[in-house]
Design a protein around this ligand. Structure first.
Ligand code: FES
Ligand SMILES: [Fe+2]
Length: 401
């Protein structure tokens, strides 16, 4: 996109208002989104329980890129681009598995689990093979959560890790496992998905199931007494209730946005389930149910919702400017027995039913945005995080000029 078009778009944005139509509908904006957001930010790629043994691997796919995330024989994790250094074929075709080496299906070059080239058949001896490994990407593991970045200079996670480490420790997220995953294909620009996820202004009208159990659809004044009671219970239960807000203006330069906040569920709800009853064993060192839920952000593209007995991880993957995937990954304690279909149904019920209705409202939102009559309106106070997301987005686009 030429600089003057971008400058004009950024200048015409009215602070505190929704984004204008081109931000959602213009191909050049989408290309810039991909470059400045998705190929810069840390992206949640998966959980360590998916790579338990040496040789375990899975593929992480976004737009034209396929990334192999593997564990080598020294137990070290690697992320590498799934593009052969010979003539560019995809090297690994299986979505996940266990292997000693990756063999390209085209001319059978083979790569080690760390991406280095093991063998290239009949290649002239004077070719430097050490230069022909798969291209490596930045990878960080934090409490069992694996993040990758396509950036040559990814944001520094040091402060985030030291601040969030004591808060996350009681949950022992590294000792969880993936119980279920589901992808929802949504006919909307990726930003409409995140904007929707970031506010609960819509919850009381769109999510009756969610609103029965979570106080986030209320104003903060109304929720305050319930939160005060939850804090007392959390202390006994050993659940951190710290408030961390390093987002937007509070973000440190060169570091990802991050945040943590715990809030109350309604009386009678131990967790985010249909009947309020537990859906799995308590996580980590938590002693009892505090009737709360935590919002955790590690970068604004990676929200986690932590109950006492499970975590719902959200992932937003663009397909093109008009289509995105909203994916949920449910994590439970590693020794949880969710053998029966009923147990998994109970676990996923709330966020499945909520996401199905979100898909509907998001798609209707996008249809309206596509109209020639669309005009951005003002955010309410309950859309604080959507507004922060929009500010974050515009700042990243501005610095990509
Ligand atoms: S493209 Fe991979 S070996 Fe030829
Ligand atoms: Fe929603």
């Amino acid at each position: 996109m030429d600089n003057s078009k971008l400058k004009n778009l950024l200048e015409t944005h009215k602070k505190g208002f929704a984004l204008s139509q081109p931000f959602y509908c213009d191909n050049e904006v989408f290309d810039l989104d991909v470059k400045s957001i998705f190929f810069h930010e840390w992206l949640f790629a998966g959980h360590v329980s998916e790579l338990q043994e040496p040789g375990d691997y899975f593929l992480f796919q976004i737009l034209n890129e396929s990334v192999i995330v593997s564990r080598d024989f020294n137990k070290k994790l690697h992320a590498m681009v799934n593009v052969c250094r010979h003539r560019g074929s995809r090297v690994c075709l299986e979505k996940s598995g266990n292997t000693k080496r990756f063999t390209c299906p085209y001319h059978a070059w083979t790569y080690n689990l760390d991406g280095s080239l093991f063998n290239a058949r009949l290649i002239e001896p004077d070719i430097d093979r050490s230069e022909l490994g798969l291209q490596k990407l930045a990878v960080e593991v934090f409490h069992g959560l694996i993040f990758i970045s396509f950036s040559d200079k990814p944001d520094d996670m040091t402060d985030l890790k030291s601040k969030l480490d004591p808060i996350l420790s009681p949950f022992e997220l590294s000792k969880t496992k993936v119980a279920f995953k589901k992808s929802y294909r949504v006919k909307a620009n990726w930003k409409v998905l995140i904007e929707n996820y970031s506010e609960c202004y819509h919850c009381s009208s769109a999510h009756p199931e969610f609103s029965k159990s979570h106080v986030t659809h209320m104003s903060s004044e109304k929720a305050q007494p319930l939160n005060a009671l939850m804090e007392k219970r959390a202390k006994v239960a050993g659940v951190p209730t710290d408030f961390v807000d390093c987002i937007g203006v509070n973000r440190f330069d060169g570091q990802p946005d991050y945040a943590y906040n715990r809030y109350s569920l309604y009386d009678g709800y131990d967790t985010g389930s249909e009947d309020g009853m537990a859906v799995g064993p308590l996580l980590g060192n938590i002693k009892e149910y505090d009737g709360g839920a935590s919002d955790l952000y590690i970068g604004l593209l990676n929200p986690f919702l932590i109950y006492c007995d499970y975590v719902a991880v959200y992932r937003f993957i663009p397909i093109d400017k008009d289509t995105s995937i909203q994916e949920i990954i449910w994590l439970v304690r590693d020794n949880a027995d969710l053998g029966s279909e009923t147990a998994v149904d109970r676990l996923k019920w709330l966020w499945d039913v909520t996401t199905v209705s979100d898909k509907c409202i998001i798609e209707k939102n996008q249809e309206g945005i596509n109209s020639r009559y669309y005009k951005p309106g003002p955010f309410s106070s309950m859309e604080k995080y959507t507004r922060l997301f929009v500010d974050f987005y515009l700042e990243r686009l501005g610095s990509a000029k």
